[in-house]
Design a protein around this ligand. Structure first.
Ligand SMILES: [Zn+2]
Ligand SMILES: [Zn+2]
Length: 284
């Protein structure tokens, strides 16, 4: 079967390289049948304080860029329609508490009918007594709060993301693993159960989860999420799709052949695709 890559970025976000078209060309070269363009949704939709504007320059595109981004994908979709299906998306960082999501929805509203799927992602955590903790390697954070607390709060936040009923696909659901080297987070029984409850909830909502190969690239030893979670997802028949999270064109479809071989062995029989927010299962 031919595969699709549903998670890609490009130079607009400020920390990825290349134009959207470069990513599409690599997808064609690698014989993918679909590529989803899903650059980071403008953070400034949530944080409009000019003081922090500089901070966000390298995190995501500006709000004013978003219409241009959509227009560009539409043009490329048409241009390459005989070679590959180009899908329109965006990776929305989920924030709690407050009105972040309603502000994001407001900016997204004029383009909502263009969306083939919307990715929800958690890139930082915060609970009442903690500061905002960005998910990136940090020994100090681990020592201060402990591994299990970090994982638990990440899972709690994902659970709230799922409750919004706004997203189609969840990105890198064990992103907290970035804190852990090597690839071996220790779950307490309670936290592991919370994670399983989250998977049940995702299944009931009909949402999809991505298998994100960038975990391998980041040196985590495996994809996001790790095998134990993949097995639980397959057992529950949760719709899955592949994403490279490419920030360079060459990484489109990164390790997809190997991953597909692996998940087949774990029992996966279908992947899902999206068009205009309709999910379709395809046999692999
Ligand atoms: Zn990025
Ligand atoms: Zn992400």
């Amino acid at each position: 079967m031919r595969l699709g890559d549903y998670h890609t970025h490009h130079r607009r976000c400020g920390h990825a390289l290349g134009e959207i078209e470069d990513y599409i060309k690599v997808a064609i070269e690698k014989n993918l049948n679909e590529i989803g363009i899903s650059d980071h949704f403008p953070l400034r939709a949530v944080f409009d304080d000019p003081q922090v504007a500089k901070l966000f320059k390298k995190a995501s595109m500006e709000v004013e860029e978003f219409p241009k981004y959509i227009k560009e994908i539409k043009g490329l979709k048409e241009k390459y329609k005989d070679k590959i299906r180009v899908r329109i998306s965006t990776e929305v960082g989920f924030y709690t508490p407050g009105n972040a999501l309603s502000r994001q929805k407001e900016v997204l509203k004029p383009f909502i009918d263009d969306m083939d799927y919307i990715i929800g992602a958690v890139h930082n955590i915060k609970w009442h007594e903690s500061p905002v903790i960005p998910i990136r390697p940090d020994e100090g954070i681990l020592r201060e709060y402990g591994e299990d607390k970090i994982i638990l709060e990440y899972v709690n936040k994902l659970s709230r993301l799922v409750d919004t009923d706004f997203f189609d696909v969840i990105a890198h659901i064990d992103f907290y693993r970035i804190f852990f080297h090597p690839n071996n987070p220790q779950y307490s029984q309670d936290t592991w159960q919370k994670l399983l409850d989250l998977l049940d909830k995702i299944k009931n909502k009909g949402m999809a989860i991505e298998i994100n190969t960038s975990g391998i690239l980041k040196g985590l030893g495996s994809q996001h999420p790790h095998d134990e979670i993949v097995k639980e997802m397959i057992q529950r028949d949760i719709p899955l799709l592949l994403g490279s999270d490419a920030h360079k064109p060459d990484y489109v479809g990164y390790m997809f052949e190997d991953i597909i071989e692996k998940v087949r062995k774990l029992g996966l029989s279908h992947l899902c695709e999206y068009e205009k927010r309709e999910q379709k299962l395809v046999r692999i």
